[in-house]
Design a protein around this ligand. Sequence first.
Ligand SMILES: Cc1cc2nc3c(=O)[nH]c(=O)nc-3n(C[C@H](O)[C@H](O)[C@H](O)COP(=O)(O)OP(=O)(O)OC[C@H]3O[C@@H](n4cnc5c(N)ncnc54)[C@H](O)[C@@H]3O)c2cc1C
Length: 320
Amino acid sequence: MAKILVFTELNGEHAKGVALEILGKLNGHNVDCVCIGKTPKTAIEEMAKNGASNVFSLQSTGLQNYSAEGYAAALKEIIQKNNYDYVFAGSTSVGKDLFPRLAGTLNCGMASEVTNFLFEGDKFLGTRPLFAGKCYAKVEILGPKPHFVTVRPNALGMNAAAKAGTGAATDVSVNVGDIKAIVKEVVKGASEKLDLTEANIIVSGGRAMKNAENFKILNELADVIGATVGASRAAVDSGFAPHSMQVGQTGKTVSPALYIACGISGAIQHLAGMRTSKVIVAINTDPDAPIFTKADYGIVGDLFQIVPLLTAEFKNLLLK
Ligand SMILES: Cc1cc2nc3c(=O)[nH]c(=O)nc-3n(C[C@H](O)[C@H](O)[C@H](O)COP(=O)(O)OP(=O)(O)OC[C@H]3O[C@@H](n4cnc5c(N)ncnc54)[C@H](O)[C@@H]3O)c2cc1C
């Protein structure tokens, strides 16, 4: 049976959801997890619950802040020591930066941003969207092992029936050597909310928001329903929102359970980033706006009236 390692990023005390999704999908295989730094007990329990046999916490000077160079050196050591066949990670900002470097360093193949996969024996067969989600490619990885795979967050879903693993926690000292580029400080964005790519609910605003201050009404709705706020490129280019909030072809690709598009026309480049959302709700004054062709639920109306009404209604529902 293939030996598999899942690189697990942490979100405070918790393991990031995408790592648990991957573990759930791999349930029944021989899977270990690896984290950088001290791993909180809660996160270890979450990984064990989803099937992890071992949880390795890699420790070394130089790993306090993320750097592709330091993390790649640390992971390379444990991958080679334990002879893994496959190494998985979420296709997060870190996963997208780190895994190609790691695969390149080891001269091994990689499948990126897969949205589903299966194993035929020990052979990995993945699916990934191409051309802004218009078609899907089947991917295999050839050449020497280990093979690297990144998986799009929220694509697999959690496996409620996953059998627990032993989750034996081990601290491992690694030597990352001299890191040439050191990250001295991480300046967090204004939002403490979950990153768009991992969010389960997203409320996005378009050009119709008119200015940055008006995003307040989206933030209020987001606070009530536990959502992250996104934006169209027109809103970003107009200076209403930072680029980190942009959804679409030249922004972030998201796959939440619920996507609420407020005053967004539904241009092809916007759809490219959110069309795989499970449920799409569109609020738009124009009944012919293209977003309605993709929406599961459409509200023809002024977002400045509808959004506060939704916020009030959700508040009432949640207080009951
Ligand atoms: C190479 C390239 C890459 C691109 N990448 C991206 C990308 O990553 N992401 C992205 O979003 N776009 C991207 N675009 C831009 C894209 O083509 C559109 O221009 C953009 O998505 C439009 O944004 P919008 O829907 O907010 O604005 P608009 O198209 O102007 O739509 C505004 C909508 O708001 C509605 N509206 C107006 N007032 C109200 C109101 N009070 N209440 C409710 N509805 C109202 C209107 O009916 C309209 O449908 C890209 C374009 C190119 C060429």
